[in-house]
Ligand binder design. Structure first.
Ligand code: ZN
Length: 201
């Protein structure tokens, strides 16, 4: 809904735009949120307008406007919106090892939130953690489990202050995700806590 309203920080906006490129369901949901936005406008209280407002509106309707196009659907691990940040070659990503074989690559976005690619080897669990803010994790390849839920390509898990979890890549192969967060995570064990500032996680 925040994406439809255009109010998300760049990192979150990138996650949602990327999901739009791979998930029909997400595109349908975006269309419904845009319709809700229109509905809210229709239901809003009446307000006094300038005397020439109607004439002015008709004039502006005549001006052809650029409709915001939906990101095209693409096959391959990095959909179009993400390619602007990371290119198109998985092998060219400059990964940094953050322990247990887990790797990350931080993307350049505005400072309101951080976006990163995460590579989790098959069967590996991320360190158990809670959240000080919002976290969105979109699966690009493979799948991960979180308690009884399973997330596969195109699925987003949304975490907030109420979620404490240990996402674990399935045993079938590595899981590659695009994640955005707007606050440092809350790790339970000491080692990840010590390394946290270094990994900006
Ligand atoms: Zn999390």
């Amino acid at each position: 809904m925040g994406y439809a309203a255009g109010i998300l920080p760049e990192a979150f906006s990138l996650v949602v735009a990327t999901q739009m490129s791979i998930s029909d369901e997400a595109r349908a949901r975006l269309a419904s949120y845009e319709a809700i936005g229109g509905g809210i406008l229709e239901d809003s209280d009446e307000a006094e307008m300038k005397p020439n407002a109607f004439k002015q509106t008709l004039k502006e309707i005549d001006i052809p406007t650029k409709k915001r196009p939906l990101p095209p659907m693409v096959e391959g691990i990095f959909p179009k919106p993400l390619q602007k940040y990371v290119g198109n070659d998985l092998n060219a990503i400059k990964w940094k090892n953050i322990g247990r074989g887990v790797r990350q690559a931080i993307l350049k976005t505005d400072k309101h939130a951080t976006a990163r690619l995460i590579y989790i080897p098959a069967g590996t669990a991320m360190p158990n953690h809670g959240h000080n803010g919002l976290e969105m994790t979109l699966v690009l390849q493979g799948e991960f489990h979180d308690k009884e839920d399973c997330f596969a390509r195109g699925d987003i898990e949304i975490g907030d202050e109420n979620l404490h979890h240990t996402p674990t890549a399935s045993g079938n192969g590595p899981c590659i995700c695009l994640a955005a967060s707007d606050a440092p995570l809350k790790f339970t064990s000491l080692l990840p806590r010590l390394l946290q500032p270094l990994f900006k996680i």
